[in-house]
Design a protein around this ligand. Structure first.
Ligand SMILES: Cc1cc2nc3c(=O)[nH]c(=O)nc-3n(C[C@H](O)[C@H](O)[C@H](O)COP(=O)(O)OP(=O)(O)OC[C@H]3O[C@@H](n4cnc5c(N)ncnc54)[C@H](O)[C@@H]3O)c2cc1C
Length: 450
């Protein structure tokens, strides 16, 4: 039977909107269903940065940097503060033609992606909650069931649901986030997961956080205790900053009140407490417990998953939106091959799964390793005073780290042993020079720390 759409996409944020844009560019008839009224924050909270790889993928989609940049802060440096030991600032090298990233607000960013779809005549957007997948007698997914708000776009809230509707298409794509309804309904199995050494995050916005140093331009600031707790500071427009507690999950003991826990923990770190002195909290504390890392099956007969629904991960490396956008590029290509004929229906999901794994798995492994190394391992003081200090001040390390985040270096090999050996040699040399009264400007000497 002919259906009115080629693809139904459930979810209209980074994954859903970017897939719709890619398919819309090909003239495919796409229906994007999003239950939330935009602009709004996603259900699963997020305080994101966009690194250069993500900006490149947004360019590919034809999304104007000025459109998302106007509600964002552009930063050209990252500061890494290692407890009371030292602070190091990394300047961005040129990666994919840019020397900066953005710290964005999700609500306007997601709206920009959603509104971008207006330029594709074959893409239809609807505010609609999917409540069931429609399956044929053999179990293949052939559509969705659900409802919109009672009287069209703009209305919100439970109790205003419209009539139940059933809509069919050859493909239903779940772009519906980490706790994907489509995945659950389709019976998608988790095929790989790192659920043990995980983080818990709590965050909210503050106004008037004192800068790291007087007069310093806004930057992305990572404070690490080296003892299982990080504070990630993301600059926002209007002198606001998101402060995110990123902690090894097994050490989080909120005793019932997340807000009090968040404030108490932040203010218990002297360097952060000092900067918060004249700041005020302007948001509700939100968070996510035990942030798992993993992959689900990519799809089956009539259904596919993309974005966080397919591959969910810790926010430490700021890769979620990149992964969503690269997965949708691959998925659009695989669907096009099927639409063009010649590819059996059962070959679509395996081909897509194989390619997304190849593309995203090295970063996934790097992220899982970073959580284990940086939250669950406590380096001894002599190592902080030498190897870690050398590394975080080394210009080669800094440039490679930012290229790794910008997906310009293979995450599996971005820090080869030869480069580490060079860092160690330069670090030792700089300390030897210091002994002879000729300190290196790049690598400051060891500090007392606490
Ligand atoms: C604390 C935190 C910080 C993060 N920081 C970063 C960062 O710095 N950089 C970065 O790139 N990424 C970051 N991420 C990850 C990023 O937020 C996600 O990877 C990204 O939002 C995934 O996009 P998505 O479109 O797959 O899913 P989502 O953004 O979760 O969107 C899913 C959409 O599906 C809709 N939906 C769900 N069910 C239904 C239904 N039944 N019917 C209709 N619609 C439905 C929802 O309303 C929602 O709008 C962070 C995540 C967290 C938790």
């Amino acid at each position: 039977m002919a259906t009115p759409y080629d693809v139904i996409i459930v979810g209209g944020r980074p994954a859903g909107a970017s897939l719709a844009a890619r398919l819309g560019q090909q003239g495919r008839r796409v229906l994007v269903l999003e239950r939330a009224e935009l602009p709004s924050l996603p259900n699963v909270p997020s305080c994101p940065t966009l690194h250069m790889g993500t900006l490149k993928l947004l360019d590919e989609l034809g999304i104007d940097e000025a459109a998302y940049g106007k509600d964002a802060v552009r930063f050209e440096q990252i500061a890494v503060q290692f407890g009371a030991w030292f602070t190091s600032r990394f300047s961005f090298p040129t990666v994919h033609g840019r020397t900066f990233g953005y710290s964005i607000e999700r609500a306007p960013f997601d709206l920009t992606l959603w509104e971008h779809l207006a330029r594709y005549p074959s893409v239809t957007r609807r505010r609609f909650t999917v409540t069931a997948l429609v399956k044929d007698a053999a179990g293949a997914v052939i559509g969705v069931q659900g409802h919109g708000p009672r009287s069209g776009e703009g209305e919100s809230g439970e109790g205003e649901r419209g009539e139940d509707e059933r809509i069919e298409a050859p493909w239903v794509v779940g772009a519906d986030g980490r706790f994907s309804f489509v995945a659950r309904e389709a019976g998608a199995k988790v095929v790989e997961e790192a659920a043990e050494k995980v983080s818990t995050v709590y965050f909210t916005e503050w106004e008037g956080l004192a800068p790291l140093a007087p007069g310093m331009a806004p930057l992305l600031h990572i404070y690490t205790t080296g003892r299982g707790l990080n504070v990630l500071m993301f600059p926002l427009p209007g002198n606001r900053t998101t402060l995110c507690l990123h902690q090894r999950a097994d050490r989080v003991d909120i005793q019932g009140d997340a807000e009090a826990y968040y404030e108490r923990t932040l203010r218990g770190i002297p360097a952060i407490a000092a900067r918060l002195q004249d700041a005020r909290r302007v948001g509700r504390v939100i968070g996510l417990k035990r942030v798992g890392n993993g992959y689900r099956e990519a799809g089956g007969r009539g259904w596919l998953l993309v974005g966080d629904a397919l591959h969910y991960k810790d926010p430490v490396d700021g890769q979620g939106i990149y992964d969503a956008l690269i997965e949708t590029r691959i998925l659009a290509e695989e669907l096009e091959r099927w639409f063009a004929g010649g590819v059996p229906v059962d070959a679509v999901a395996p081909a897509y799964e194989r390619r997304t794994r190849q593309t995203t798995h090295p970063m996934y492994r790097a992220t899982v390793k970073r959580i284990a190394d940086e939250l669950y391992t406590e380096p001894p003081v002599p190592i902080i005073r030498t190897l870690i200090r050398w590394m975080l001040h080394d210009p080669v390390y800094q440039a490679r780290f930012l290229r790794f985040l910008g997906r310009d270096l293979d995450p599996a090999t971005w820090m080869p042993p030869g480069v580490v050996a060079g860092i160690v040699a330069r670090g030792i040399w700089s300390d030897v020079r210091r002994l002879f009264g000729r300190p290196s400007p790049a690598i400051p000497g060891p500090v007392a720390g606490t």
